[in-house]
Design a protein. Structure first.
Length: 113
């Protein structure tokens, strides 16, 4: 019997693909081949992740706009490229190069003096 997609299976495929379920597993759940899955659900497979990201992003944006400090910080770090990097610059005297001295250690009991 030929597979006939309906709204319910389209939503199910989109939801499974959105959360990262592998296509072979989605096909197995629907009891169809992966080829049939790709034939009938190409749009859902291609857009599921972007749709999920848009929905979550919208919710995050709303939380940030409502004053949720965690959401605001997360948004600024990921979308506005804010960061909390600390850096330390080391220089020698008067900003010059660092002077290096090599010290050779002789292991105790090696017989060398």
């Amino acid at each position: 019997m030929a597979h006939k997609p309906d709204d319910k299976t389209r939503r199910a495929v989109e939801q499974m693909a959105a959360v990262g379920i592998p296509q072979l597993d989605i096909a197995a759940i629907l009891d169809i081949t992966d080829k049939t899955l790709r034939k009938h659900y190409a749009k859902e497979l291609a857009t599921a992740t972007s749709r999920a990201n848009a929905n979550i992003g919208g919710m995050l944006y709303k939380k940030a706009m409502d004053g949720d400090l965690t959401a605001m910080i997360f948004w600024m770090k990921t979308r506005a490229k804010w960061n909390e990097k600390n850096s330390l610059e080391v220089t020698g005297a008067d900003g010059g190069p660092i002077q290096m001295t090599q010290i050779n250690f002789v292991p105790v009991g090696s017989g060398k003096k």
